[in-house]
Design a protein around this ligand. Structure first.
Ligand SMILES: Cc1cc2nc3c(=O)[nH]c(=O)nc-3n(C[C@H](O)[C@H](O)[C@H](O)COP(=O)(O)OP(=O)(O)OC[C@H]3O[C@@H](n4cnc5c(N)ncnc54)[C@H](O)[C@@H]3O)c2cc1C
Length: 371
């Protein structure tokens, strides 16, 4: 059965961090937004979901801060163990949010999607995959979509790809990268119950040579444990994720004794397929946001801070365009420029140390007189 819809201002592909925040902000400005996601929510996705003040600031802006901040502990201490040397510091920010958070994506994305669904002018279609783009006179003008029983087309003034690291949209428009980095690391993670938390509660970073293990208390009284290893170890990890994961945890002297009373909740999951790129995030009738526009190795836990902030920027400049305050090109140039100003240093630092964490950890020890 065919279903054709038009008259939207913006179509957004993808309804997680970047897509739901963008749609909420545009809907609140009065623009008609149609959002597609092939997932149905609540839905989990691969992520260790650690975030900080930039994401919290955006959550405040869209009115979900209270719900997010009450979902999991505030991690007020940054607890580092570098090759056996321990230093713990308060998450001391001069600004508004002196803590980090770790909220499972099944919880966080559900909060964001429920907020989006309550927004006037926003329509979400779940369980629908975008399979093609419509073009008119060289401009992207809409999408072709497919559900389990229906398929159709929808048109809008602008189509945004918020469709993640394997973005359909980026491929379809042949988005070019300004910066690129190969896959340098793999990350595996699992949830545990019963791990004694370090005081704070703390966000724990355990480094041993070029391996990093996180331990973050998160929602539902769970702790997230994650192992980031050089990509050269990925093949061995993939063959036996449980055994390799556990042996990396046991090798962390500060963590190992606390594991004996803990139980794993669920599977060890992971990925060794995340490259780095910063793409030019717009073209004729289209824009990209979140991981579709910029991705980097997850060792630095930056994706949610970045995707949420980029969604805020894109909403502002799409609002300028749709209201007639600016033409398309200057509006999108400003989005591109501000995104770069916010993100380039973080991107370059993440990529640099994804190759080898040791120059970073050695410098951290030296700065504190511990090296
Ligand atoms: C192992 C791992 C650990 C990570 N750890 C962290 C961390 O600790 N902290 C952090 O900040 N970031 C982390 N990240 C990165 C973080 O998960 C991403 O930066 C973040 O999810 C980006 O959000 P997004 O909304 O751009 O994309 P996504 O969350 O990927 O959402 C994209 C959505 O688009 C939908 N979609 C895709 N294609 C289509 C299509 N054709 N049609 C319809 N829908 C479509 C998908 O179903 C999905 O729901 C990690 C990533 C990985 C892989």
């Amino acid at each position: 059965m065919m279903d054709n819809t038009s008259n939207y201002d913006v179509i957004v592909i993808g309804a997680r961090v970047a897509g739901s925040i963008l749609a909420t902000l545009l809907g609140e400005m009065g623009y008609r937004v149609l959002v597609f996601d092939r997932a149905t929510f609540p839905s989990d996705t691969l992520s260790t979901h650690f975030f900080r003040a930039p994401a919290l600031r955006v959550f405040k802006k869209i009115g979900v801060y209270e719900e997010v901040q009450s979902a999991a502990p505030h991690l007020t201490v940054n607890y580092n163990v570098i090759d056996g040397i321990v230093f713990a510091e308060a998450v001391d920010r001069p600004d508004d949010y002196p803590f980090y958070m770790c909220v499972r994506r099944i919880t966080l994305d559900d909060i964001l999607v429920r907020r989006m669904k309550k927004t006037p002018n926003v329509e979400l279609r779940e369980g629908i995959k975008i399979t093609g783009l419509l073009r008119e006179n060289g401009l992207v003008a809409g999408v072709k979509w497919k559900g389990s029983h229906q398929e159709g087309e929808a048109q809008a003034k602008v189509v945004v790809g918020a469709d993640g690291v394997n973005s359909f949209m980026a491929k379809a428009v042949d988005a070019q990268s300004e910066y690129q980095e190969p896959i340098n690391r793999a990350m595996y993670y699992a949830y545990y119950r019963g791990i004694t938390a370090n005081e704070g509660p703390a966000a724990e970073f355990h480094y041993r040579d070029n391996t990093l293990v996180y331990c973050f208390p998160c929602d539902d009284d769970l702790a997230l444990l994650a192992v980031s290893v050089p990509i050269s170890e990925f093949a061995a990890f993939k063959r036996n994720p449980d055994a390799r994961f556990f042996s990396e945890l046991k090798a962390m002297a500060d963590l190992a004794p606390r594991l004996s009373s803990a139980q794993r909740a669920g599977q060890v999951r992971g990925s060794g397929s995340i490259p780095g790129y910063l793409r030019i995030p717009y073209g004729k009738g289209w824009a990209l946001v979140g991981d579709a526009a910029m991705a980097m190795d997850p060792w630095s836990g930056q994706g949610i801070d970045q995707a949420s902030t980029h969604a805020l920027l894109l909403a502002q400049y799409l609002g300028d365009y749709l209201s007639g305050r600016r033409d398309w090109e200057p509006a999108m140039q400003a989005y591109h420029q501000e995104r770069k100003e916010f993100s380039l240093k973080t991107y370059q630092r993440t990529c640099k140390f994804s190759v080898d964490l040791r120059p970073m950890t050695r410098a951290a020890l030296e700065r504190r007189g511990l090296g």
